[in-house]
Design a protein around this ligand. Structure first.
Ligand code: F6P
Length: 540
């Protein structure tokens, strides 16, 4: 079924008018001053999560129009197509069924295959966990075959038996990634997992070949036992010399694949039961996305806010600030999820889009980001919506006891205070008058008081969202990741794009293949001036 693109809906012009009439001048401080219930009205529950939208530039009439826009674009029917397994990845003729990977047995397409694959992968993970002969697992993959597993294993560190086994992730073709990982490893006590959906990715194959050569040079004797693959191209894995492969299907996109056998390192790290909890948390969020009314559907609300900010306010970026050190790779993971999915310039019919799509997604763990780029968020010339992610109760691990436990608990209060203070400061700001009334101890004597006050004032009214988890567990992390997946689906559905292909990475890959031999031959014939000049420099 054809669904209208957001700008083809009559509601688009109404939203433009709404932006001109009140959206552009909307002041969150004013909104709180006139509505004592704003926090209650603009905060929402979803499985495992509480989401506060109240500090955003949004009001009820705007939301009503955005919801109408979603209906005009057939969001509910597009969502149904996703869950049903229609081939919504049009340019590759594929279904998009990551939700089926976490659905209970019998409740989604391909259930038998999914359950069998999951059981086999989890049994293997448990056998690795029980094998005291394996002290190190090196996972080699890139993009979707790296970012999800690496992020989740880091986030769930407290749930791993880290003392028994180390997990390493190698992704970059740069040997500076692999070399330090191999240092100090014992070949006969190491398991290599080669993760590549296609098993053709240059970086992954180069690292896998290098790892195999190292393994053999170190006296490694049994490639079959020490190398396994997670791939939908098991024939290529076999040609590499791998006997144990965990296959999956073309309807699992790379950036949506951590729920499949690509999650093997996660299962090795946290065990089968906890992996099932991760899936269950994601499934809970799938149910919420599939069933909750649009006006209380958290992925829908976040996706609509993304459209409002990107296409009407013109905000080109969004910053993610996880206030949990374990989530420090979440921004990198979200960069692929959001920017590879929605960084598109044509609609499903190939027509050039007259509006912006994916914002730049970026960020750092709090509080580190505060001491780096938050200056710009507070006083810079661009408005950048910020997404704070906070965890109520920390889980420092069983080795943290007694006085240390008390100290770290106190540090957690400091962490939360910082998180709340940042969103408060972004919204509140500080007027020049308020700054004038402050004592400015460091001001140079040559500067007038007003000048100093201007430097020390903040515009405020800078929007932010806060996502609160009770604890960071496999289940809550599963729900959080699925929330982001569905939010990306929502904005992509309204923009009328295919969120599930990634042709934008192909040109660079092709040019790299044709440049590679020139790095040996030095031949620069036919190259543009800059590339020829740089190549000569590199070789000179
Ligand atoms: O960067 C392009 C891409 O195709 C991603 O979408 C994918 O996650 C990554 O490369 C790795 O691909 P593969 O798993 O096939 O090695």
């Amino acid at each position: 079924m054809q669904h209208p693109r957001c700008d083809q809906s009559p509601t688009w012009a109404l939203l433009q008018a709404q932006y001109q009439a009140s959206g552009a001048a909307f002041d969150v401080r004013q909104a709180f001053a006139t509505d004592a219930t704003r926090f209650e009205r603009w905060s929402f529950e979803a499985p495992e999560l509480f989401v506060d939208l109240s500090k955003n530039r949004i009001d009820a009439p705007t939301l009503a129009l955005l919801l109408q826009l979603a209906r005009d674009c057939g969001l509910a029917s597009q969502r149904a197509s996703l869950f049903k397994g229609d081939p919504i990845n049009l340019t590759e003729g594929r279904a998009v069924l990551h939700t089926a990977l976490r659905a209970p047995a019998g409740s989604a397409p391909f259930s038998d295959e999914v359950q069998a694959s999951l059981a086999r992968m989890l049994a293997f993970a448990e056998s690795v966990r029980a094998d005291d002969g394996i002290t190190d697992v090196v996972h080699i993959g890139i993009g979707g075959s790296d970012l999800g597993p690496a992020m989740v294993v880091q986030a769930l560190q407290a749930f791993t038996d880290a003392g028994r086994r180390r997990l390493h992730f190698v992704s970059n073709v740069d040997g500076h990634d692999l070399a330090p990982v191999l240092q100090g490893l014992n070949a006969n006590r190491t398991l290599f997992v080669i993760a590549s959906k296609t098993f053709t990715t240059q970086e992954t194959l180069a690292n896998a070949e290098a790892a195999k050569a190292w393994f053999l040079a170190q006296g490694g004797t049994d490639v079959g036992r020490h190398f396994v693959a997670t791939s939908s191209n098991t024939a290529a894995a076999q040609a590499f010399g791998i006997h144990t492969s965990f296959g999956f299907w073309d309807w699992v996109g790379g950036r949506y694949s951590l729920w499949s056998v690509i999650g093997l390192p996660i299962a090795i790290a946290i065990g089968a039961d906890a992996f099932r909890e991760l899936l269950a948390g994601a499934h809970d969020m799938d149910e919420h996305f599939a069933q909750a009314p649009l006006e209380r559907n958290v992925p829908v609300l976040l996706g609509l806010l993304d459209v409002w900010y990107r296409n009407f306010h013109g905000f080109t970026s969004r910053s993610v600030a996880p206030y949990h050190q374990g989530l420090r790779r979440l921004p990198a993971y979200l960069q692929q999820l959001e920017m590879e999915s929605n960084g598109k310039g044509v609609d499903r019919e190939g027509q050039v889009l007259p509006y912006g799509t994916s914002p730049v997604v970026w960020g750092e763990a709090g509080t580190n980001g505060q001491h780096a780029y938050f200056q710009m968020l507070h006083q810079g010339t661009d408005v950048i919506p910020v997404e704070f992610i906070a965890v109520k109760t920390p889980h420092h691990g069983p080795h943290v006891q007694g006085a240390l436990a008390e100290r770290l608990q106190d540090q957690h209060r400091k962490l939360l205070a910082n998180c709340l203070a940042q969103s408060q400061a972004l919204m509140q700001g500080k007027t020049v008058e308020e700054a004038l009334n402050e004592k400015a101890p460091t001001a140079s004597a040559s500067l007038g008081r007003l000048t100093v006050a201007r430097h020390r004032s903040f515009p405020g009214n800078r929007p932010s969202t806060t996502i609160l988890l009770a604890q960071l567990t496999p289940r809550s992390l599963g729900a959080l990741i699925a929330l982001y997946e569905h939010r990306v689906f929502v904005s992509g559905a309204l923009w009328g794009i295919n969120s599930f292909d990634q042709w934008g990475v192909e040109l660079g890959k092709a040019l790299c293949s044709s440049l590679l031999p020139r790095l040996s031959s030095g031949d620069v014939q036919g190259l543009d001036g800059s590339t020829a000049g740089l190549l000569k420099r590199v070789l000179g």
